[in-house]
Design a protein around this ligand. Structure first.
Ligand code: DP6
Length: 332
């Protein structure tokens, strides 16, 4: 049968950056846990059908304009994930996959998170697997670590786990989207695909002299963030979010050679967010493996934050988003 799934992207407030030392790359185990917000405005929709008569997997990836994306590495990554599903379901047939993002891919907007969450749900159902959310999250993690979080809406925690087989490395919901009416304002400063993807970027960062300190202090940030979410303490959430983001980028800057995803407009937007906060607007920033700045604020401040960021030189466009809901799957 053919199944269609839709998953939202997510942005980490406490970042995942680094792989568990010595673990199999296929298990894709994170070195640290993470806490994220699911982003309603960015989504991937994927249809999968395992069918007789296909001599190989037929994978069609479409960008937000519906144009096919010519990206062999991305297609190979999809096929590797289909292999995992086939192995779990004892499925021998090849699959037809059609996947469309409604936002730029590979530009630091967590397209692999929504893409592998949607692919996991659609492929698993199409292969006859009935996975619960936690099992689907573990499978999605093997496609992309951040995808484990995109199975869930709202505020989400990813646990790095300790088991060698990754059976305890999955995500879970911390709070429903309605728990706290926060918005994300995304300032796009360059929508083109980045030269170094996050998988490679984090592996390189493990060579940084700062990487050990990043891992060592990480649990404190996760614990504090969970409390900030529970008590809806925006100042605390803002402080930890910016701290985790800047620490992650510090491990990138201090690779050899240093990895710098930021451009001048990224820095302009960071300063603009800080200036707004200094003048009393509750808002903070985070930046992932790309040059876009994501500002997080209570919903009632989203318009003024979007106006301020949209007016900056170098900001190409601004996307405003509410908090997203769970990924969904249905027969197509
Ligand atoms: C900066 O999930 O893309 O967005 O597991 O290698 O696919 P892989 O990495 P990926 O890394 C996400 C890194 C980040 C931070 C985060 O989302 O936590």
């Amino acid at each position: 049968m053919k199944f269609n799934a839709r998953a939202h992207s997510n942005f980490a407030l406490v970042k995942y950056w680094g792989k568990r030392p010595g673990a199999s790359p296929d298990l894709n185990l994170p070195a640290v846990g993470s806490v994220s917000l699911t982003v309603a405005a960015l989504a991937t929709e994927t249809t999968v059908e395992f069918a007789d008569g296909l001599i190989r997997d037929e994978v069609e990836l479409l960008d937000e304009t519906g144009t096919p994306v010519d990206n062999l590495a991305a297609i190979e990554r999809v096929v590797a994930h289909l292999d995992r599903v086939r192995a779990m379901a004892s499925e021998t047939r090849n699959a037809r996959v059609r996947s469309q993002n409604d936002f730029p891919m590979g530009a630091g907007l967590a397209s692999s998170a929504s893409a592998f969450a949607a692919l996991t749900l659609a492929a698993a159902r199409s292969a006859g697997l009935n996975l619960d959310r936690s099992a689907a999250s573990r499978l999605a993690r093997r496609g992309s670590g951040s995808a484990a979080r995109s199975l869930f809406g709202g505020f989400v925690e990813m646990q790095c786990g300790v088991q060698p087989d990754g059976s305890d490395a999955s995500a879970m919901r911390l709070a429903d989207p309605k728990h706290w009416d926060l918005n994300v304002v995304i300032a796009i400063t360059d929508a083109s695909a980045k030269a170094v993807g996050s998988t490679q970027g984090m592996i390189d960062s493990e060579q940084s002299a700062f990487f050990g300190a990043w891992v060592e202090k990480h649990d404190d940030d996760v614990k504090a963030m969970k409390q900030a979410i529970q008590t809806k303490d925006f100042d605390r959430l803002a402080d930890i979010t910016e701290h985790s983001c800047l620490k992650m980028h510090a491990t990138m800057f201090t690779n050899k050679p240093g990895l710098i995803y930021w451009n001048p407009a990224t820095l302009e937007a960071i300063h603009a967010v800080r200036a707004l906060r200094a003048k009393g607007t509750p808002v903070c920033f985070t930046v992932d493996a790309g040059p876009q700045v994501k500002a997080i604020c209570p919903a009632e401040h989203a318009d003024s934050v979007a106006n301020a960021l949209g007016a900056l030189p170098g900001v190409e466009r601004v996307i405003k988003s509410t908090i997203g809901y769970d990924a969904l799957v249905a027969a197509a």
